[in-house]
Structure formats: C-alpha cells, structure tokens
Design a protein around this ligand. Structure first.
Ligand code: GMT
Length: 378
C-alpha cells in the first residue's frame, strides 16, 4: 500500500509511535510518505520505501500566528494527488485530524476519495482536546475520520466520555521493536554512574506537569535512604528546572543526574534497575514499555492505560497518583535483593513481548485494509 503518515516529528510519544510504525511498514514493502514540518527524530536513515515531505509555513507580516494547519492540508492534498496514496494516517488529533478533513474535502473536488485514519494518543483527548478551545473541532474531525484508533481501552473510554463520538473506535496498543530495545552490555557506563554498585533508578519523559516528575524525586529521596542508589532523569521540559531545585532542597544532588534529551535511550535503560512513571494521566506509557523491553521493572501510578501495561506485583507495582510513601515502599520491595530484582527484570521482559512490533503491526495493516475497503477503493 501507499501510506501517508502525519505526525509531530519531535521526541513525543505520538511522534515516536508514528515514525516506528512508518519504518516497520516500509520494511514490510509498503511505501510510506511522512508529511511533517521537520524530519522525524527517529527517521535518521535511508530506506527505498520511505519518503519525507516537509510542510513549510510561509510567514507574512499580517500573521501573528502562521497558519500551519492550512499549509499542512495543502501539503497533504499535494502528496496524495501526486504520490497516489491509498490512505492517510494522522497521529494526534490536533491539528492533524482537522487538517486531514480539509484535505479530504479538497481532494474530493478532484474526484479523489482518500480514506483517513486518525490515531488518538493521549493528551490530544485527556488534556488539550477536551479544552473548549479545541473541543468542537476535535469532536468533528474524529467523527469525520474513516477509521479511528486509540492506544488503550482507557483512552477509548475517555474519548467516548468527553466527546460525542459516532464512530467505532479500534484499540491498537503501542508496540516495541525488540531488535532495538533490548538489554545491552554497557558495564562501563554502569560503573561510571554507580561506581559502588548502587541500584540505578530512571525516569524518561518530556518533563511536563502531567508526568509528576517531582514525585519521581520524592520517591527516590526515600529509597536512597534505605538502599544505596542513583537516579537518572532523561529528557527535558518545563518542569526540569523546578526538579533540579527540589533536588537541591532535599540535598540529594550527588545522587541525581539530569541527562537531558538522549537518542540512545535503550543504552541508558540497559544499566537501569527500576523505571519510575508516576503520571497524573498516561494513555499507554510507551516509555515504560521501552524500559520493560530492556528488562527494567516499572513502578507506575495506576492512572489511565498504565494498568493495561504494567502488571502489579509481576513486572512492577502500581500505586495511586501522588502516593509517594506507597511508591517508595514498592521500589524498596523490588530493589531489596538480587533475586527479587532479577525476577522482576525477567518478568518485565516477558510482559514487553506481548507488545512486540511483530504482533501489533498486522493490526494496523488490517485496519488500513478494512478502512480502504469500506471506502470502496479496492
Ligand atoms: O505526553 C507524552 O508523553 C507525549 C504524548 C504524545 O502524544 O506525544 O504521549 C502520549 O502518546 C504515547 C504514544 O501513544 C503514549 O504512550 C503516552 O502514554 C501518551 N502520553 C500521555 O497520555 C500523557
């Protein structure tokens, strides 16, 4: 098939899923056309089946806000027409689903019926999308999509709760490429971080409020009093400066390293013993799945779709949002001795295999085929 993928090209979860999906589809022989405003972060190699079309927004002195959505819709029209795409798959509702609706209408005027699949990822529903600023547009463009997917049952439930949805929603969870995300021997790195064989705890995110990064630090502060340990904070975002300040106040700076944005996160996960994700809301938790694939147990909140990934007492533990005491106790339970830790590590890997790319990719391909067939294309 010829598939157009529209996504945010950044490190955010939706962009990562969209890029990995496109790469996997291209590997299977499909022709994949990315339509984004810059080269997606993980699209950093050549493949004969992968194409990148940049959306450039012309500015003009009249514009206080450059009309990105119009530029994107125009680019979609252009790529669908000239590359003869079979389907457009847009990731993250705002503004991709509404731009796709616009493109679909324009293409209809050329006699082209392009099926549109929209994948809802999380904050496009739970945070930004349900805000009255965007809600009517999000509702309309979801209902106008030819196919809609969410990354968890919980996100589907939230979508149906907050929006008047007339379309069926298919749940297709996040996936992991186990060829890339797997335990790697990085002993030299482990030694540099934890010279006295301390346990290594890790958090990776975009440091937005919803991630509750302060809880990560507060939990760690309690853990390191009982078990010699280090904390790696990977990523960057609005909360980071406050988190660094909190480390100073708690006098734990020598045990906490802020590593900023990292490309090879699998290498850092490979030296880690426990992944912390205490989010306020989390539609799936791709970062936790990446950790599990590298044999890192997960301590999470029980918010959103996290219970669909983490298995309490098996590959990690779950506590209520903000339950610092409970999370610290569970972290200590996992880290207390090598036997317990190793069992959790093996279980984490076992759980990750349930979301192997090889199992999830066919769900997307079959969904495309269904949607295209319903549009009467083939
Ligand atoms: O908030 C983020 O972490 C980024 C966000 C995005 O859409 O870019 O991630 C969401 O999509 C991921 C991929 O589907 C999910 O694994 C994350 O759980 C989800 N984040 C939230 O719901 C907060």
């Amino acid at each position: 098939m010829k598939i157009g993928i529209v996504c945010y090209p950044t490190f955010g979860g939706s962009g990562v899923v969209a890029t990995e999906l496109g790469k996997a589809l291209a590997n299977e022989g499909h022709q994949v056309h990315f339509i984004t405003y810059s080269q997606p972060a993980r699209l950093d190699f050549f493949s004969a089946n992968l194409f990148y079309h940049e959306v450039s927004v012309r500015n003009y002195p009249l514009f206080d806000y450059a009309p990105y959505e119009s530029a994107l819709a125009s680019k979609m029209v252009d790529v669908v027409r000239f590359e003869k795409l079979d389907v457009l798959h847009v990731h993250y509702a705002i503004p991709h689903a509404s731009a796709a609706f616009m493109a679909k209408q324009i293409l209809a005027s050329y006699g082209i019926d392009i099926p549109v699949v929209t994948t809802l990822h999380g904050t496009d529903i739970t945070l930004v999308g349900k805000d009255p600023t965007y809600k009517p547009v999000v509702t309309f463009s979801i209902n106008q999509s030819d196919g809609v997917t969410t990354v968890s049952n919980d996100l589907k439930k939230d979508t149906l709760k907050h929006f008047k949805i007339t379309k069926d929603i298919r749940v297709i969870p996040n996936f992991i490429d186990l060829n890339r995300f797997s335990l790697q021997a990085k002993d030299h790195f482990k030694k540099a971080i934890a010279p006295n064989n301390e346990r290594i705890l890790i958090h990776t995110s975009n440091f937005r409020k919803v991630k509750r990064t302060k809880d990560v630090i507060r939990v760690f502060e309690k853990v390191q009093k009982v078990i010699p340990s280090k904390l790696l904070m990977v990523g960057d975002g609005p909360e980071r400066a406050y988190d660094e300040q909190l480390c100073r106040e708690l006098k734990i700076c020598e045990n906490v390293r802020f590593l900023g944005k990292q490309d090879a996160v699998e290498e850092i996960l490979s030296v880690s013993d426990l992944f912390l994700i205490p989010s306020e809301s989390e539609s799936f938790g791709l970062a936790a799945l990446e950790a599990m694939a590298c044999k890192v147990p997960v301590l999470s909140s029980n918010a959103g779709g996290l219970p669909e990934l983490n298995v309490d007492g098996f590959c990690g533990y779950m506590d209520n949002v903000g339950d610092i005491e409970g999370m610290a106790a569970h972290a200590i339970e996992i880290l207390k001795d090598d036997n317990t830790l190793n069992q959790f590590k093996e279980n984490a890997f076992m759980r990750a295999k349930d979301f192997d790319l090889k199992k999830i990719l066919p769900l997307y391909v079959n969904f495309y085929k269904e949607v295209v067939k319903n549009c009467g294309k083939f």
